[in-house]
Design a protein around this ligand. Structure first.
Ligand SMILES: [Zn+2]
Length: 206
């Protein structure tokens, strides 16, 4: 495992913006201190695709949210942070996501889901240094991520990638106006070969 696997600046930037939104500016400061990422206090990475930050740093920020919030609230907070992360990414790098100007309104829900998941997978693979595939099954999709910041968070006995769960919630809600059941069923942090997210095709009741 490359200790210094790189990702684009804007990825960590969007995560830190989302943490500030959900936990407040002081919450973000506590997270950055806990993560050993003091160099980003009042100093977000720039809004560009240069690869000057690492998977390890992204994972450290996620882990620090868990440590600061505590085990009880962490899952919900990280999922909220993931939803906000998608919103910032869409605002700041719409071209990267491939969703700028995509007309989804007239399309069936299943097609909209497929388009948005395929766009995210393509952007992750091509631009984020994070190889990702989607699989379609009868009643669900699988979003399969083969490299993830969670690899740098130490060994876990439960899935930990709730930021990604939140990003998927945000993206699918943006594309369809609906909420879906999304569960991480495999996680690299548990020793699995990939982080796999199962997404029900049938939306949840509002
Ligand atoms: Zn994972």
């Amino acid at each position: 495992m490359a200790e210094d696997r790189q990702m684009p600046n804007v990825m960590l930037r969007n995560l830190l913006e989302a943490i500030a939104e959900v936990l407040g500016e002081n919450g973000l400061k506590a997270v950055l201190n806990a993560a050993g990422l003091q160099r980003f206090i009042d100093n977000y990475p720039p809004n560009n695709m240069d690869r000057n930050v690492t998977f390890a740093e992204y994972g450290a920020a996620e882990q620090a949210v868990e440590d600061v919030v505590g085990p009880k609230g962490a899952k919900m907070m990280l999922t909220r942070i993931g939803r906000a992360t998608f919103r910032y990414a869409l605002e700041e790098q719409p071209a990267v996501l491939g969703l700028a100007g995509v007309a989804l309104k007239a399309l069936p829900m299943n097609t909209r889901m497929k388009i948005v998941l395929a766009s995210l997978a393509k952007a992750a693979t091509k631009d984020v240094n994070q190889p990702t595939d989607i699989e379609e099954h009868d009643d669900h999709f699988l979003f399969v991520v083969s490299e993830c910041p969670c690899r740098w968070r130490g060994k876990k006995d439960k899935p930990v990638c709730f930021v990604t769960v939140g990003v998927l919630h945000g993206a699918l809600h943006w594309a369809t106006g609906k909420n879906f059941k999304i569960e991480e069923i495999n996680c690299i942090a548990m020793g699995d070969d990939a982080c796999r997210y199962r997404i029900d095709k049938e939306p949840l009741e509002d």
